[in-house]
Structures are given as structure tokens and as C-alpha cells.
Write a protein that binds this ligand. Sequence first.
Ligand SMILES: O=C(O)c1cc(C(=O)O)c2c(n1)C(=O)C(=O)c1cc(C(=O)O)[nH]c1-2
Ligand SMILES: [Ca+2]
Length: 589
Amino acid sequence: MLALACLGVTVAPHAGSAQVKDYKPVTDERLANPEPENWLQYRGNYKGWGYSPLDQITSANIGRLTPMWSYSTGKLEGHQAPPIVNNGVMFVSTPGNQVVALDAKTGDQLWTYKRELPEELVQLHPTNRGVGLYGDKVYLATLDACVVALSAKTGEQVWEKCIADWSDGYYMTLSPLIAKGKVMVGVSGGEFGIRGFITAVDAETGQEAWKTYTVPGPGEPGFETWKGDAWKTGGAPVWIQGNYDPKNNVAYFGTGNGGPWMPDTRPGDNLYATSALALDVDTGAIKGHHQYHWNDAWDWDEVSAPILVDVERGGKTIPALVHAGRNGYLWTLERHEDGKIGFIEGKPYVNQNVFTGLDPKTGRPSYDPTKVPGTNKKLAFCPGLWGGKDWPPEAYNPKTGMLYIPANDNLCSELGGVPITGRAPGEMYVGVTIDEILSSLRFRDGVDASKPVDIGEVQAWDLKTGKKAWTHTFQDSANWGPLLTTGGDLVFGGGTSDRKFRAFDAKSGKVVWETRLNSGVTGVPSTYMVDGVQYIAVQAGWGVDAERMMGGISTLLPENRRPPKMTQGGVIWVFALGKDQTKQQAAAQ
Ligand SMILES: O=C(O)c1cc(C(=O)O)c2c(n1)C(=O)C(=O)c1cc(C(=O)O)[nH]c1-2
Ligand SMILES: [Ca+2]
């Protein structure tokens, strides 16, 4: 079995006795207009909203929200994937590239699948952000850089297509974007000297439909933004699912850091690193782009795909793209029908001391040179390397018109590079040592750590006016909690070191419900309905960079205020309205 595993062959699924009956195939039409009771993809819809119109659970009754069932995944490390639900069948991916199918109402296990990963694989980010559904199949992007198609009914592997060489530093952690029979994925490896790309494979056969490099090669537009051979190892990974505009057939992705990290190793703007990219879904052609910041020096991956939303400016409704950047700015861009991306505005949503201004026409930032680290040039900058927000997605609620951002404020990093020697395939190619990265965090000047420090936040921005509506602040803890918002005017998220999972009133920001789970919550929450009952589902299971960042923050806090190191271990939690226990208790007395 092991020898086979090394060849990328996978073991058979442990099919349960109960397999999926009457599976409802997922179509383009259903992905574009998902039924309220289902959560068919990463953010629930193609626009990237993280929104469900379900409104059974509200601020008024949420006191009755109770666990209905839970499920141990048997895995350590960061559990990030949303429970994906199609007509009462739930599909969840976990660290270690395992997928479980469960009855969404009862928690009965239907099947499990586990990919055998090469033993020598170095997992810098041992996680997965969810499966994609299409037709009668379930799609997983793996840590050894393959796309796997499983039968939704049995969990059996139908095909696999390896899209890059894991031993050369390529891996995948994202959920696939699926449209028009194409399964679109991007690669991680920005810390391994890869050349990033997005590729589409045929949903039926796994055959490559197109492959588009996020770092242009000789003769391609944008190649002039690189010098020498830097483009060959330029990074620009894509590790978060893209969003999609079916009307214009354009997919929008975000791209990550340039590599190696120190900007003097790759002079030039470095297109298309740290950018939003608009791709033609039929051909993969790049139709438009917007680079949030040029010649990245801070590991500010801008991988969260911009969300598709209309905004109003000067009495006009504008089809826009909105993105809360790792660089600490909230960006509003214009989405043109031909795929071109225009600039509307950018403003800081956390303390940011690097940008000295934005070009009013293009949004191109200018930099304070004393905040741009380099080789043998150690400098501090804010926000820190994990940014105003790392990967945990923001959410948009069309009822409140607000964008909710899981943010981290008052943090900075102090970093500098060591001279780069040659690249060894599959080894980190950063130019900054791991120890230096993990010990780089600082509080912003003026923060008094002898008192509780405001760090993690949930921010609400009114997209109509472009103004911040409310902020909820967490003290002495970062917030790594992906957000879900609902038609019941609620916002759900975890992300803090106290293991809590919470609901906020979407309009006021008031915490209306909270509970403590087995481990910290970096899972993307989702919601669905079966037999008339609305459920809220989320994976708890702390790990990856949430753990690394909280470890860094802990060392900055006085000993008596350091949170205990979080226990690891994944559990899927499912909640619904139970009986009113306060009333029951009162009646019993
Ligand atoms: O450059 C890359 O290819 C890459 C990939 C990933 C990933 O795939 O998870 C992360 C990062 N970078 C990164 O910079 C980062 O902060 C990060 C945090 C996490 C996580 O799962 O908590 N992954 C990643
Ligand atoms: Ca990165």
C-alpha cells in the first residue's frame, strides 16, 4: 500500500453501510442560484458573500441555539473547511486530505475518503478549505498538488489529475471553483520559490482545459515587471477559491506574495503578485487585473478573492469588487463587463504605516521607504506579516448592506532578509529564517501591554456609504474566525484563543450568543435547512498560522495574561434551535 501511496495512488474509501441515496446533481444553474436550504460551495454563492437568506434563527430566539450533533474528525491541525451541504448530505474536508460525508440532519456517517500523502511531503500549511460539488461528484484539491474527483454517493475515487510536482514545492489548500464543466484551482508555494498558476480541468475527465501563470513569461504582458530570471520563482500563489460572474463568464481570483520575500531579490512591480485577476472561464485568458501593492515586501498575500457586490457612489450603482486586504486597506474596485478592473477607493481598516498615499486614478500606493524591509535591512512595519486580515473570509449581507471583516489591529512585524543562495526544489525559498518569521510580531508603538490589548476584531462596514458601522474588539487575542452572515440578521464566527464561537447582531454588533467548543474555531461556518429546521455548522480545530500568530502574540503579553496553548483536534459542530431551557427551568421550579 505504501509503495502505491508514493505513486499517488489512493486507498479505497471506507464506505459506510449507509450510502447516499437520491443524490441531487449540482448544476451551473444551482450554483448560480443556490436554494436557501443548501450551502453548495465555499462562500455559499459565486459572489463570495458568505451569506444565507435563511432566517429561522434570529437575535430574538438565538438563546435556544443548541448543539444537535457533533463528529470527531480524528485529525489534528487547522480545520478550515466549511461543511458543504446538498439536500441533506454534508461533505466536509479536514487536514490530511480526508473527506467525510454525513447525513446533515442526524450526523450519520455515510462515507469517508482519505488520500495517502507522500511521506516526504513537507506541509507548511497542513489544511484544506473545502470540497467543490458538481454533477454527481465531489472535488478535492490536495496537498500533493492533485485534483481528485469522488463519487458523491460512495466516496469512491473517479479520477485524479496531478497538476504540479509536490516535490518542487507546489501544494494545494483551496476549495475548487467550478463553473461550466471546469474545475478551477490554484497552487500554493509562495514560500517555496514556485511560479504560481491557476488551471482548469474538465469536471468529467480531469483533463486540463487551460493553465494560466500568475507570473507572466517572456513575451507576455507584464513580463517587463520582472528582471532577469526572477519570474521563474516569483511566487504569486493562489490558495483561496475564486468568485465568478456567470453573466460575463469571468472568474475573479486573488494572488499571493512575490517570492522570495525580500523585494530587492525581484526588482520591479512583479505582476501579477498581490493582485486581483479576472479570467475568462472558457480560455483562462487574463481579461483584467488590479495590483493592490507592487513589489511586495511583507508577505501580504492578497489571496482572498474580491467579492462581487454593487455599491453606490455619486448617485450611481456600480458593479464592484470589494476586498479587505492583508495589506490593511479595504479596497473597492470597479468590475467592467469586459473583465477590466478599475479603481474606486482604498482606505485603511487597521493601523497601516507603510502606504503614504494612493494614486487617485489607479490606486497604486506609494511607500514610506523606512517601512520596506530588504536583504540585510531589518525594519518594522504595520500591520504585521499576517496582515489586517489573513485568509479568513469576510462576509457580505445584502439585507444590512454591510461587509463584515475578521480583522487584527495594533500589530506589526520586524523583518529583514538574509542573502539568498540557490533554490533547492521543495525547500523553503523565503530569504527569512523560520525563527525570524515566528518571532517577528510586535505591538504597534504606543500600545501599553501591561493592560489588556485590543487585537482581534469583527468590523462592519456599510458599503452604501463606505463608512464603518461597528467594531467588536477582542482583547489579548487575535481573530482568525471566518464569518457567516444570515437573513436572520446575524453574523457567526469564532477565531479567538478562548475557543468561543459567537453570533453577533448584524446591525448593532452586539454579541447575542456564544458557546465554548473543543478547540479554537478557524473553520468557515455554514448554514442549511433540512425538514424545515435551520442548522448552523462549523469545524473547530486550531492550527496552522492562527496558532503560529497567537504563539507570537503570547510572547508579547505579560505572563499572567498569556492564553494557554490551544488543544488541537477537529470536531464538526452542528447547532439548531432547541427548547427554551430558561423557560423550562423556570417551569420546573
Ligand atoms: O504563499 C503561499 O503559497 C501560501 C500558502 C498558504 C496556504 O496554502 O495555506 C498560506 C500562506 N502562503 C500564507 O502566507 C499564510 O499566511 C497562510 C496562513 C495559512 C493558514 O492556513 O492559516 N495558510 C497560509
Ligand atoms: Ca504566503
